[in-house]
Design a protein around this ligand. Structure first.
Ligand code: PHE
Length: 453
């Protein structure tokens, strides 16, 4: 039956298009903005090690499962889960997994767009040459004055949201497939240039040590939760983005092989970002735990001093914007397709409605960096709370449910069919990970955080 199933929203032109779109979704602010700063805040090497373990043992099996469910269901995540639950004889309550994912994507987009706006703001700031030759204090002041101005932040947030919705409204295949093709390799090359520059700064060895020498005394239960949450965030897992992209995937593309490529590309970009940023942190006496501003206070400093820095810097932020853009569109795709399928809205109307709502919620994040910076819930600002709730709770919970569904509810035969695998070793390893390792690991981390173990 599923052989003839097609998504009403279209299909990727082929394997490469899917790899690029899914990599575009995965590689984003999470790799370049978030990974370095949460690594800095959580003590470095031990955190990186836990993160890498999570990508390998939890992220990769779940990505395989999510693509598999998407391609089998060929629909928006809520309908995919309803269909597959019926096919497997499971409860119709599984559709709530789709709902939770849509909510998580919507909430993440609201703050993602604000940070995407920071990246946008840095394009003209670097392009004007204002940073050339400046020191750490100047770069820090620039960033502080951006954050201190709600109206400026709001303007950039608006522009980023408009850009996102403009692409989603057109359907993903049109411009995006082609754009990622050039932009992703471009970003990769620029990251290498930055790492090359960082190597010449004299503190490269210290940065390598910071990133790769685990000091387990620095890791806490919350640190482990953050590393695990980040492995979901960075791979775009647990909320239906990869599921919906999988629903556009043609038959006969190997899901397992494709997943490895995406995960390796994503992890490489994050590690390169760390290797570019920490030498600059150490050689300028900056704080590794400086928080969300870390990237915006370190990289412009490198651009200020390297030959051709104005051009390289401008280009870098352009590419960062593109990386964020190709991620943000996938955050809202599940909700857009739901409105189209269930409510019969046009894509354009669905985008307008969701874009405006997410924009409005984003105002809370804008204000949390200035007017509301003192307003805290459990010691967290509005932005921190949203980030924590989505990344560390909703995404891992979504991942846990995906693992349980794929491993225990969906008949093994369907998994084998969809993954085009026989009972070979690879399949058995995947099944073992998805049935036992992944759910138990996520569950234990949750228990640990609430203090039960
Ligand atoms: N993976 C994206 C990043 O690292 C963020 C994202 C999360 C996108 C979840 C889609 C879904 O920036």
């Amino acid at each position: 039956m599923s052989e003839s199933r097609q998504s009403i929203h279209g299909e990727w032109s082929g394997r490469l298009a899917f790899i690029l779109a899914a990599t575009g979704s995965a590689v984003g602010l999470g790799n370049i903005w978030k990974f370095p700063y949460i690594t800095g805040e959580n003590g470095g090497g031990a955190f990186v090690l836990v993160y890498l373990l999570c990508v390998a043992a939890i992220g990769i099996p779940i990505m395989v499962a999510e693509i598999m469910l998407g391609r089998r269901g060929r629909s928006t995540p809520v309908n995919t889960m309803t269909r597959l639950a019926a096919e497997a004889g499971g409860s119709s309550a599984w559709k709530w997994l789709g709902w939770m994912g849509m909510l998580a994507g919507f909430l993440i987009l609201s703050f993602y767009s604000v940070i995407g706006g920071w990246a946008l703001a840095y394009v003209p700031a670097l392009g004007s040459g204002a940073f050339a030759g400046q020191d750490a204090a100047f770069v820090g002041d620039q960033f502080a004055s951006l954050l201190g101005s709600p109206l400026t932040l709001l303007a950039w947030h608006t522009l980023f949201m408009v850009l996102t919705m403009a692409v989603v409204a057109r359907g993903v295949r049109g411009g995006l497939e082609k754009a990622v093709y050039v932009l992703m390799p471009g970003l990769f090359v620029l990251m290498l240039i930055l790492v090359g520059y960082a190597m010449s700064m004299g503190h490269f060895a210290r940065a390598v040590e910071f990133l790769f020498t685990p000091d387990f005394s620095k890791i806490t239960g919350t640190g482990i939760l953050i590393a695990m949450g980040h492995s979901f965030f960075t791979l775009s897992l647990g909320m239906g983005a990869i599921m919906i992209y999988g629903s556009y995937l043609p038959k006969r593309v190997s899901i397992a092989r494709t997943t490895f490529i995406i995960a390796i590309a994503d992890t490489t970009v994050a590690l390169l970002a760390g290797l570019a940023i920490f030498p600059i942190v150490f050689s300028n006496g900056l704080e590794p735990g400086a928080g969300p501003g870390l990237v915006f206070e370190t990289l412009p400093l490198a651009f200020a001093h390297m030959p051709g820095g104005t051009i390289v810097g401008t280009l870098f932020f352009v590419l960062l914007v593109f990386a964020a853009w190709t991620s943000s569109i996938s955050l809202i795709e599940p909700a857009v397709t739901w409105l189209v399928e269930k409510r019969g809205m046009t894509r354009i109307k669905a985008c307008l409605f969701l874009g405006m709502s997410a924009w409005l919620l984003g105002v809370g994040t804008v204000l949390s960096f200035n007017e509301w910076s003192e307003i805290k819930l459990f010691g967290k600002t509005f932005f921190d709370s949203l980030d924590f709730l989505t990344t560390n709770i909703l995404l891992p919970l979504g991942g846990l449910l995906i693992a349980i569904f794929a491993g225990w509810v969906l008949p093994r035969q369907i998994c084998r069919d969809e993954l085009e695998m026989k009972e070979q070793l690879g399949f058995r390893i995947w099944l073992f990970l998805i049935r036992y390792v992944t759910p138990v690991a996520i569950f234990c981390v949750f228990l640990n955080v609430v203090g039960l173990i």
